[in-house]
Design a protein around this ligand. Structure first.
Ligand code: FES
Length: 114
């Protein structure tokens, strides 16, 4: 298990993340609320997080994930979907930091025309 610093609305908390586990799964299992309107199937962008340390230790984003992130607000090179990003190795620094944007709102596109 890797200890992860999670910053939500300026408050820092810590949770554990196992190899192969998604950020969303780990957060929910440990009582940390992270929006996930589509249930974690890469069909919304409500689980948008920014991995500000240890990003290289997560799975690469798929085309579907990148498409969903295109719909998210305020994305950056650190942006990932919490339901898709899985830890693949422990960072040499031992440090993983994740920020949940405070404005993260339900951005489900169901029913929205293209
Ligand atoms: S919960 Fe919908 S994309 Fe992650």
């Amino acid at each position: 298990m890797t200890k992860v610093a999670l910053c939500v609305r300026g408050e820092s908390r810590e949770f554990s993340l196992a190899l192969g586990e998604s950020i969303l799964h780990a957060a929910m299992a440990q009582g940390l609320a992270l929006d996930h309107a589509c249930g974690g199937v890469c069909a919304c962008s409500t689980c948008h997080v920014k991995i500000t340390a240890g990003l290289e230790c997560f799975t690469e984003a798929s085309e579907d994930e990148l498409d969903q992130l295109d719909e998210a607000r305020d994305t950056s090179l650190e942006s990932r979907l919490g339901c898709q990003a899985r830890l693949t190795k422990v960072p040499l620094s031992g440090k993983v930091e994740i920020v949940i944007p405070s404005w993260n709102v339900n951005a489900v596109r169901e029913g929205a025309g293209a």
